[in-house]
Design a protein around this ligand. Structure first.
Ligand code: HEC
Length: 195
């Protein structure tokens, strides 16, 4: 018992030491930078700052960017920042394993990029088309249901992750798929070159 608790203490001390030394390394780095040249150090700070700003702006997208096509007639809707956040989280958790970055790992011909979605039958490059697909997915030519081999509400019994998905969730996920190409451009669905 004693040995065990000593080991634990050691581990704690080690972690504290590591944390502290990292902090010190950073501190001395900045000290040296400031002394050497305040220009370089301000550049570094601006760099760090701009990384934070670009991350934050993913949520503060303007209305034009948040506007996506709702249905086959071309009607549009504006996604709310909440829907965008939710769509991203749900997509990554539920679909990311096969569709990371908008590609389809097991079938690269049927990606989630706007072109592939628009050429499907019926077209899937709009919210309603994507929601229909996630309720009852069909082959690319629309002729047969592939619910048994693709996650959907219809096949929630074989895909447990789909069990807790609501209609609002499907809307948010569809929104995420349509929004991504506007944010990361052709990288979305662009395949292994980017991811
Ligand atoms: C187990 C892997 C897997 C998971 C998980 C998965 N998909 Fe798919 N997805 C595929 C495959 C494979 C295809 C191609 C199906 C075909 O042959 O038509 C596809 C096709 C699609 C298409 C049609 C693309 C097009 O260009 O027509 C959409 C839309 C889609 N998936 C959305 C999703 C969403 C949203 C999720 C999460 C809820 C999801 N998928 C989860 C494997 C998966």
């Amino acid at each position: 018992m004693i040995i065990r608790s000593e080991l634990r203490n050691n581990k704690k001390l080690n972690q504290q030491f590591l944390k502290k030394s990292w902090f010190q390394v950073c501190k001395s780095f900045f000290k040296v930078m400031f002394k050497k040249s305040s220009k370089i150090s301000s550049l570094v700070l601006v760099g760090i700052f701009s990384v934070f700003v670009t991350t934050a702006s993913a949520i503060d997208l303007d209305e034009a960017t948040r506007t996506v096509v709702k249905d086959g007639s071309g009607k549009t809707v504006v996604l709310t920042p909440e829907q965008i956040k939710r769509g991203k989280r749900l997509f990554n958790a539920t679909c990311g394993a096969c569709h990371v970055g908008g590609i389809t790992k097991t079938n690269p011909n049927v990606g989630l990029d706007p072109e592939a979605l628009s050429l499907a039958t019926p077209r899937r490059d709009n919210i309603d088309g994507l929601i229909d697909y996630l309720k009852n997915p069909t082959s690319y030519d629309g002729l047969e249901s592939i619910a048994e081999v693709h996650p959907s509400l219809k096949s929630a019994d074989i895909y447990p992750r789909m069990r807790s998905i609501t209609d609002d969730d499907l809307y948010a996920i569809a929104g995420h798929i349509l929004l991504q190409p506007k944010i990361v451009t052709e990288k979305w669905g662009g395949g292994k070159i980017y991811y």
